[in-house]
Every structure is written in C-alpha cells, then in structure tokens.
Design a protein around this ligand. Structure first.
Ligand code: PGA
Length: 302
C-alpha cells in the first residue's frame, strides 16, 4: 500500500471529530484539501472509510480498523521521538500533563517549581475531571496524569504522592460553625451543593455518605470548585470539597471548615501512567520531581 502518514493524520482528525470542517480547522487546512487526502487514502485502500447517514459522517468497518491502527502508529511514533530524544539527553523535550480539576489549586505552583529546575522542557497542562482523565489514560494520550483514586479496572502504574483531605465547608455566619464534632446525622437537615457527575470529589462524597448510611439533600451541581465556593458563600448550601481548594477563603474568613465527626474524608493524590508505557526523559524527570522532597516542601505550605 502506498498511502502516506499525512493521509493517515488527516483521516484520524476527521474520524476524531466526525467532521471534515473541524478536522480542517484543527490541521489548518482547507476543507477540500482534507476531503482530497481522505479520498486518496480510500482509493489506496480500495474501500470507503466513512459513510454519510443524514447529516453525520460515520466510520465504516474498514474505517474503524484504520482508526485503530493509525492511533497505535502515532503513539509508536511519539514513543520513537521520545526514545531518540532520551539518547540526546534531557536538554529539552515536551511534556503533556493532565490533572484533576481539584489539583489545579496547587498544580501551577508545582509546575512553576519544575520549570524552574528544567527551563528547557515545554509543558502543556490540561485541567479536567476524573472521567476525562480515565479516557486520557485509556487512549494513552498524555505523558503523565495526576488524579485521585486510580481506576481499579485499568492496568496502570500509580504512585501516591500527597494526601487530599475532603472537608465540609459553610459560610461564616452558618450556625454550625460554632459547634464541635457535629454528628453526621445532623447533616441530613442541610442541603449540599455538589460537583458534576464524573468528578472524583463527588464520587468520594457519595461513597462516604452511602457507607455511613446518611441521606442528604442535594442542591445544584456545578462543574467547578470555584462555583461551589461562591454558592456556599452566598448561603445556597454546604459542600464537601478538597481542603486544597479553599486555602485562601479560609485564611480570609470567607468560608469555614465545619468540625464534623468522622471528617475529613482522607483521600490521596496519585501520579499515574499506563503500565508498560516508556516514559520520555522529560516525563521521567517530572515523575521523579513529584515524588521528591520538593513536593513535600510545597505541600507543607498548604
Ligand atoms: P475532581 O478531583 O473532583 O476535580 O474530579 C479528582 C479526584 O478527587 O479524584
């Protein structure tokens, strides 16, 4: 077969977005240029790779096979680049990291400290929730992922690196702020603002209350810790959040941590990558950095 990597790349982009237009935008090409590349690939292969049903395009069976193998091919090429880079030593390189939304409260400090030590490494940071992080790991799309509990059903290398206490927060004028060792049962009278489905924090909170057989009322669901904090301040309810996210508000008295019995829910942050993945030198340096004493110093200031 005589097709080119470029044709495969264009095909992969169309398959990823199910759209010629979006692929053209991603690759900075015109839409006709994208169609031509896909058409040429189909001619080489001798089978259609997409079919149009209504307004949408879908992969044919052959298209799905090509997508599977081209994904693996591009992963291998990236690994080849990393290995060759490693033979030249750690003078630069790229590092794609994805972190849980909640980690974003200390990730910038962590990355700043890492960049200070390795100024030639180009860093890209994606901040997203647990569900998306699972997808990134399954598709081997990032060098390193920082997340809460690693998914049990996936084959991963996961190392704990920091504790993540989840606490109950309230506005400073809430009557419960004066109480100590508030029994869990008392929380059944309160409304809880919760994170979006797919959030690790939400999952941990649900597990905890279920295990303790505590039924609680839920208010609005919000996809950002910042929104939750604002809503709690505005008196819309209580919330369970990571202590890492409220450092500033607690310091300035805008929010209070309630002294609830059996809290905090103690979780742990993990540094994770798919088992068997060969870490690039930049990724290895980051891995070592996160597990080093540098980070212990960083967390002590929390
Ligand atoms: P999240 O945090 O709630 O921002 O998804 C991840 C986690 O705690 O596992």
């Amino acid at each position: 077969m005589k097709f080119t990597l470029r044709q495969l790349k264009v095909f992969s982009s169309v398959a990823k977005h199910s759209s010629y237009t979006r692929a053209a935008e991603e690759l900075f090409l015109s839409q006709p240029a994208v169609s031509i590349q896909v058409k040429q690939l189909e001619e080489h292969i001798g089978m259609p790779l997409f079919e149009q049903i209504g307004k949408k395009i879908h992969l044919t069976q052959a298209g799905k096979e090509v997508q599977h193998y081209s994904h693996a091919t591009f992963q291998q090429l990236k690994e080849m680049e990393d290995v060759l880079e490693s033979m030249q030593g750690l003078s630069g390189g790229r590092l794609d990291i994805a972190v849980a939304s909640t980690i974003n409260y200390f990730a910038p400090r962590l990355l700043a400290a890492f960049s200070h030590q390795y100024p030639d490494i180009d860093l890209t940071l994606e901040v997203t929730n647990r569900e998306t992080l699972k997808k990134r790991l399954a598709a081997n799309e990032r060098d390193i992922v920082l997340m809460g509990q690693p998914p049990a059903k996936m084959d991963l290398e996961a190392t704990p690196f920091m504790q993540n206490p989840l606490v109950v927060i309230a506005p400073p004028n809430h009557p419960l702020t004066h109480e100590h060792q508030i029994p869990l049962q008392q929380l059944t009278k309160e409304t809880f603002l919760i994170r979006e489905p797919g959030s690790g924090t939400r999952l941990a909170m649900e597990h905890f209350f279920k295990e303790k057989k505590i039924r609680y009322k839920t208010g609005m669901a919000m996809s950002q810790n910042t929104a939750i904090k604002q809503a709690v301040r505005a008196g819309m309810g209580l919330a369970v959040v990571s202590k890492h996210t409220i450092e500033l508000e607690v310091e300035t008295g805008r929010l209070q941590i309630l002294d609830v019995a059996e809290f905090p829910i103690m979780r742990t942050w993990h540094i994770v990558y798919p088992r068997g993945k060969r870490l690039s030198p930049a990724a290895q340096a980051f891995h070592d950095f996160v597990l080093s004493d540098n980070l212990a110093a960083l967390s002590e200031s929390d």
